[in-house]
Design a protein around this ligand. Sequence first.
Ligand code: ATP
Length: 255
Amino acid sequence: MTTTRHDSARAAVELSTVRKVYGAGDRSVTALDGVTIDFPPGTFTAIMGPSGSGKSTLLQCAAGLDRPSEGQITLAGTDIGRLDEKKRTQLRRDHIGFVFQAFNLVVSLTAAQNVELPSRFAGRRVGHEQVAAALAAVGLAERAGHRPGELSGGQQQRVALARALVTRPDVLFADEPTGALDTTTSREVLRMMRMLVDREGQTTLMVTHDPLAAAVADVVVFLKDGHVADRIGLSREPESRNAASIAAHMARLEA
Ligand SMILES: Nc1ncnc2c1ncn2[C@@H]1O[C@H](COP(=O)(O)OP(=O)(O)OP(=O)(O)O)[C@@H](O)[C@H]1O
């Protein structure tokens, strides 16, 4: 099956009264408690909130990696709750890219081979030109033949970004993509993500603890105890000014 593609507007993600409860009885934990939120096409959203507020759970459910206990999630125009496991896998393959804190690169393969590998596994071989273009887009055209051990942390995360974006997914999910990087390198990766959203228009959801990381987004969503506690739009202010107002919001939430 090929999932329906809504080309007129690149896919947004929508959650409607989503609840996610882990476990049962006395030991159950409500990670998401009636979350309704939409992520418009082409927007870059940072998801923040205290530890345990439900950020990763939201990302996992929105990406179809986990099922909500209640509520509806629409991705690429498809109600993912109605899909069986095979079709959800297909939806993810056709529409979604992922980057994580750990770069998850195969150490014995070159940057180009790492970019190509997942699509090959998924039976959707991408051509050499696509791989070269994806590496060029993250500024690593000259490093296609290098193995991860020969690249810096920031460069490795850029290879992971190229791998996530080589199939031009509608939505990019990023879980703490700069969590393992120092400040300077983080900034380089974040600017690249920002540039790619502006250029390619993929809807991007990024979980982060770092106000400086969130500062490159268009919108910051704050979770608290499984609820959306706040949502602020950012203007293209200098990042440091955005970061300061995000940090102030976080401090109020955690107070
Ligand atoms: N597999 C699981 N089984 C049971 N409880 C879980 C599971 N995954 C998450 N939780 C609980 O659900 C709540 C939300 O967790 P989640 O990981 O989504 O929070 P988070 O905001 O991403 O936290 P952090 O910033 O610490 O990574 C927490 O109370 C957590 O302990």
